[in-house]
Design a binder for this molecule. Sequence first.
Ligand code: FES
Ligand code: FES
Length: 160
Amino acid sequence: MERSMTLTVNGKKTTVVTDPSRPLLDVLREELHLTGTKYGCGKSECGACTVMIGDEAVRSCYEDVGDVEGRPITTIEGLSSGETLHAVQEAFLAEGALQCGYCTPGMIMRTVGLLTVDPSPSDEKIVSWMTPNICRCGAYTKIMRAIRRAARLMSEESSR
Ligand code: FES
Ligand code: FES
């Protein structure tokens, strides 16, 4: 049954009236028009729909919107500060870590989740962390480079 709920998305509170069991991904895309978050499989198998909830990278196709009410949700649209890209976005651009770009928002959000828990991950950690996210174009080598670059950039930023 539909009900009104307040979501905090990219730092702004917004009210939606919907079924609380609806996937967060659908609400982001269809109600809030935040279409940067992609639908890939709808079954928690590809990572295209990854967003941050608090400090955690989660699959929004598998998260009921009613369960995330009151928690801070960040989508790819909320990562940059105005014109200034997030370090992970900068790194993906600098390394050209995409082909069609469909998986890229999910890859970037999952990388943000990784660097939140481990700012200086080993290559093994990067591979194991990122393995659940699928790139059908096979841009994995450049994605690895981008993640290493993002870790360096973020470490430089934090030491300034
Ligand atoms: S669309 Fe959510 S994991 Fe594939
Ligand atoms: S760049 Fe096309 S799916 Fe990853």
